[in-house]
Write a protein that binds this ligand. Structure first.
Ligand code: S3P
Length: 169
């Protein structure tokens, strides 16, 4: 990227556990772009954890925060890592595709399950995790696939994935 050149926002999407946040940080280093995580942004704005927002205000309110946060974040020279459910609202999908490059980090459901099995920070996954993951994954796959590009991260290291993203951008 040459000095002074504007690049459209890069939105990283994908299921919980796909590595959006970790990959986003590395990609930011490589491309020398700032990285903003929508979940972190919402947590800072509300002063609450995502789990507390779900518990105290409910999912609907959280989804409203997600719509709002996209609109206030920059759309140039930035990498935006999103929560796994950002794509479920058509309005968000449209916003991201209009204003930037949407990179879907795909990961097969078996590997997602292994990564999420012992995680307790995600309010959407409580009991019967495996079924919840499979159901949500199937439901959301068509939305994720609307991305500008799909990167398959299954079996790849973070560095391999980052390198692949750079080549397709
Ligand atoms: C959610 C994913 C989470 C977070 C919230 C809801 C979802 O983000 O936004 O718990 O609906 O898939 P991560 O994908 O970063 O876990």
């Amino acid at each position: 990227r040459s000095e002074g050149e504007e690049v459209k926002a890069i939105y990283l999407t994908g299921f919980m556990g796909a590595g959006k946040t970790t990959i986003g940080k590395k990609l930011g280093n490589v491309l020398q772009l700032p990285v903003i995580d929508t979940d972190e942004y919402i947590e800072k704005q509300t002063g609450k954890s995502i789990a507390d927002i779900f518990a105290e205000e409910g999912e609907e309110t959280f989804r409203k925060y997600e719509r709002e946060v996209l609109k206030v974040l920059p759309t140039e020279n930035v990498i935006i890592t999103t929560g796994g459910g950002m794509v479920i609202q058509a309005e968000n999908r449209e916003w991201m595709k209009t204003n930037g490059t949407v990179v879907y980090l795909h990961c097969d459901v078996e590997e997602l399950f292994r990564r999420l099995e012992h995680d307790s920070s995600r309010p959407l996954l409580s009991e019967n995790k495996r079924m919840q993951i499979e159901r949500l994954f199937q439901e959301r796959l068509p939305f994720y696939k609307e991305a500008t590009v799909t990167i398959d991260t299954t079996g790849k290291s973070i560095d391999e994935t980052v390198a692949e993203i750079v080549t397709v951008l």
